[in-house]
Ligand binder design. Sequence first.
Ligand code: SAM
Length: 201
Amino acid sequence: MQPAIPFTFPGIGADVGRLGALLGLGLRAAGWRAPAKPALLNLACGRADETGVLLAAVAARATDLFYLGIDLRPPEIAEARARWIPAAAPGWQLDFRAGDAARTDRMKQLPPFDFIFIRHQNYWHAPAVWEVLFKNALAALAPGGLLAITSYFDREHDLASACLLQCGAVRRAEVPHPHSRPLPDAPGKSVDRRLALFSAG
Ligand SMILES: C[S@@+](CC[C@H](N)C(=O)[O-])C[C@H]1O[C@@H](n2cnc3c(N)ncnc32)[C@H](O)[C@@H]1O
């Protein structure tokens, strides 16, 4: 699926292309395949730039799917809607909503999801909030579903993974990015530096 409008920044297309390959490695390592009609959640999705490669990696063969992106920030959600909803294949229901995914009452109103993705989780920015986000994500998984996270930093990835394990998640795969693009704004920061996949138990 090609974006209906170009990405905002140069380099994003290459980053998400590499992320698609990384997701393929992770899914193979976890031994997971999507069901025929998957439901997917992109949690704290921002602009959801990775929508095309995520759907290609997780659900390329699906003729019927539901994909929802949620983020706190309305402008990013509006951009995601403009970029991806017109690009959807027939039978693919894509939606993006501005909202607080830490609201457990609201999250419980959503259907169960076969695959939940949190790209560049931000655990150390607000550990208590992210613990709730992780618990809500695990509770939203369908039986046999997977939660995948990526991280900019090794230390943040380890802290987030420890939190998820503490919440009862089981790690199914852990994949360092072989070609992660370093970012100049902080030492040790790079795009999708680590990927981990978890089941709810
Ligand atoms: C590091 S950014 C990553 C954004 C995007 N996934 C990416 O990789 O470009 C973290 C995102 O988490 C979102 N976020 C933080 N708390 C949230 C909450 N309670 N509910 C929904 N989104 C939240 C922020 O708005 C932000 O877009």
